[in-house]
Structures are given as structure tokens and as C-alpha cells.
Design a protein around this ligand. Sequence first.
Ligand code: CU
Length: 69
Amino acid sequence: MSQEIILAQNIKCGGCVTRIQESLATLAGVSSIAVDIATGQVTVNGTTLSRPALTANLAEIGYPEKPRS
Ligand SMILES: [Cu+2]
């Protein structure tokens, strides 16, 4: 198992959480997804996870990764 933790922008409500979970669940290797609304943290567990694929999928549905400062 591996894990990717992504800090994403624009996560505001339960609808966002559902949208993210449904979208990321379609990606290969993803077994579970947890979303924290307060921090924007998206935690993905699975096998052979591709971080670029996860961040691209999130950006596509309106939740781009937070820029690191
Ligand atoms: Cu929302």
C-alpha cells in the first residue's frame, strides 16, 4: 500500500468531498480517499498511486494543488 497526501484549493463543503471521492475513485490503484474540508487535505491510499495523475484529476474538477510557499 502507498499513500499520497495532497493539499488542494477550493474544498468548501460536503459536495466537494463527494465530488473528489467519486472522481479519484475512478483512477487506477486507488483504494480509499479521505478529504478534510478545514485544511483541504486529500489523503489517498492505494497501490501504485501516481501523484501526477491524482493532482491532474483534482485540478480538472476544480481543486488544484495549493502552491507551496
Ligand atoms: Cu463544495
